[in-house]
Each structure stands twice: as C-alpha cells, then as structure tokens.
Design a protein. Structure first.
Length: 355
C-alpha cells in the first residue's frame, strides 16, 4: 500500500514539474519582443468620478444617458440605474412572462437606448424589445442557430453575428423586426468552419459615422462596415500577430455544433470603443521599448483613424490591464467595466487622445 501511495505521489510530482516547466519555458507574448513600438500620449484630461463594485449581480454596463448609467443584472427583469458618481442607485423592474424567462435562462445580453430596452436571447434565438417605463414585450424570433454579438442601430434595426449551421461558422446579419427582413452579409467575414471561434472579437457602432467596427481578439485584424453590410475598411493593429492560433478541440465538433478550443488562445486585443471616427483598442501586447512597469500597471489604449486605418498614438488608462472587460465613451464620460469594479472618468473630448 505504501509503495502504491509513493508511486502515485511521484507521478503527481512529476506531472506538476512537467507542467511548471512547460509554463515557464513557453514563449509568452510579453516575455519576447513583439515587433512594434507605441507612441504614448499623456491623457491629462481623465478625471476620476467614482467606482462601484460589480458584486455577484451586476452583469455589464448596458447603456447611458447624459446623467445616468444603466447596468444589467443576472436577473433579466432587473435593471440597476445610478449617476456617473455611482450615487443614488435605483432598480427598474421589467415585466417579462415566465415563458420568456425560462427561454432566456442565463444566456442573454441587454442593451439600453433609453427609453427602449433590447434583450438578446442568444440561444433562443430571439430579440426582445420593451420600454423602460413598462408595457408588453415584443419578441422577434430568429432562424435556428445562436448568435454571439448584437448591436441596435435603430429602434427596430439590429446587426448580429450569428451562427449558420450549414457552414459551421458565424456571419453578420441585418435584422429589421418591423418588416421582418433579414439580410445576410456577402464576403464580409473570414470563414474557417470553427463556429466563428478563431475570429471571435468585439463589435461596436460609431453613431457619428454610422459604421460598425469588428476587432479580432486573437489576431491584429479589424475592419469596418456600413449598415448595409458593405465593408468600408480593412485594417490591422500595430503588432505583428497576423493570424489566430485557435484550433478545435474535437474532430467531431462541426458535426455536433459544439466548438471548444484545443488549448489556451493568446488574446491580442481586448476591449474596443469608438469616438467620432476614431477606434480605440485595449492592446494586451507590450511594445518592444515600452516600460514594463507602465504596461503592467496601466491599460494601453491604441488609437486608429477609421477613414485610413492609420495608427494615431496611444495613452494609458490607470487600470490593471488584466481586469479590464469593456470600455465605453458616453458623451464626455469614459466608463470602464473591470472584473470586480466599474470606474467612471470625466474626459475632455477636445483632448488629443480622442481627436
């Protein structure tokens, strides 16, 4: 018995040693030169307004007005509302039928363009629209196949990134819930028949130019397109990570429509946001001559011109980069959603970091 226990202990220690060696010896992205440098501009106009812990109930920042922030909770019927100093919180209760709640489960995403609330049921799949002030919900059912991204470009018009099971990949759709018209993109997305996992990214909308921007998480690519699903720009970030290393974990994944990664995927780009024709990307790669302390203690935000794709410089956001989840610009406020806190800043929109 002792011999068996000793053998198991030795095997366990050997496994731990091998894993430790592989982790230590792996070419981590920021332990080697990444082949680029960034030009840092001081963001002197950022003024902290306040912060609030996310707790166990807040899901994400869902929308804003000039004076209020809205937050989705883990309960699709409850919206939390505060000012930008996170004072005077109040709850808004939405009326949804039990059938809709059962269908949504935990697979939903909510955005608020006051006074409208849009609840995206990823796996239903459906778009649910209702008013903050109450009233019945309008439900628009989509063809089979879940979707991963959704943007409202009007009260009844939406851009989705949705799974097409016939090609085992995701494509962009334009949906009009009033006319019930659904338009599918043509040659906008790169298709790899992996459920869209290798080309996963962030989708944002610039209300000033009426362009949508899609930034890849696992490569240095981004592109913009208009509301008719026509590409307007194909660009790339300043780093040299030109392709994704994603691989499917199972050879049968395409048949079963279950897509998982074979191993850890090095994320290149994190949160993106847009302001009047300028794209801002939180990069997770350190420039070759960038001070390590500055990079590890601040979120590096790179700026690009959406009319040309040109890099325009960078600035530091005073947040731990590994904790940043999403970043938003609401008029003259910058709001950052992090793993454990949400932060708001007043920002001078005349500052060079935005223009």
């Amino acid at each position: 018995m002792r011999k068996a226990i000793l053998t198991l202990t030795l095997l366990l220690l050997s496994a731990i040693a091998i894993i430790t060696f592989l982790v230590k010896s792996a070419p981590l992205p920021n332990k080697v030169l990444n082949g680029f440098d960034r030009t840092i501009q001081p963001a002197s106009s950022l003024t902290p307004l306040g912060n609030m812990p996310t707790g166990d109930s807040i899901q994400l920042v869902s929308g804003a007005t000039a004076t209020q922030l809205f937050f989705t909770t883990t309960d699709p019927t409850v919206i939390l509302c505060t000012d930008y100093h996170f004072k005077h919180p109040k709850r808004i209760r939405l009326s949804l039928s039990q059938g809709l709640l059962d269908s949504l489960q935990t697979y939903f995403y909510t955005t608020i363009d006051s006074p409208l609330v849009h609840i995206y049921g990823y796996n239903m799949p459906a778009i649910i629209t209702l008013s903050l002030s109450g009233g019945p919900a309008q439900v628009f059912r989509l063809p089979p196949g879940g979707f991963s991204k959704a943007i409202a470009i009007g009260p009844d018009q939406f851009i989705l990134r949705k799974l097409d099971r016939t090609i085992s990949d995701q494509q962009f759709l334009k949906v009009n819930t009033t006319t019930q018209a659904i338009t599918t993109e043509k040659n906008l997305s790169a298709l790899h028949q992996d459920g869209g996992m290798s080309t996963d990214g962030s989708l944002i909308y610039d209300t000033a130019t009426h362009q949508l921007i899609y930034t890849h998480f696992y490569s240095n690519r981004f592109f913009s397109f208009d509301t008719s699903l026509q590409k307007t720009l194909a660009g790339h970030t300043i780093d040299t990570s030109s392709y994704s290393h994603y691989q499917l974990a199972e050879a049968t994944a395409r048949k079963e429509h279950v897509f998982t990664s074979q191993g850890p995927d090095p994320m290149i780009n994190n949160a993106s946001f847009v302001y009047k024709g300028k794209l801002f990307i939180h990069s997770l790669l350190k420039g070759d001559h960038e001070a390590a302390g500055k990079f590890t203690n601040n979120a590096a935000i790179d700026k690009y011109d959406l009319s040309t794709g040109h890099y325009l410089g960078s600035f530091y956001l005073p947040l731990k980069p590994e904790k940043v989840r999403r970043i938003f610009i609401f008029d003259d406020k910058l709001v950052a959603q992090c793993r454990d806190y949400i932060y708001s800043f007043a920002i001078d929109t005349r500052d060079s970091v935005l223009n």
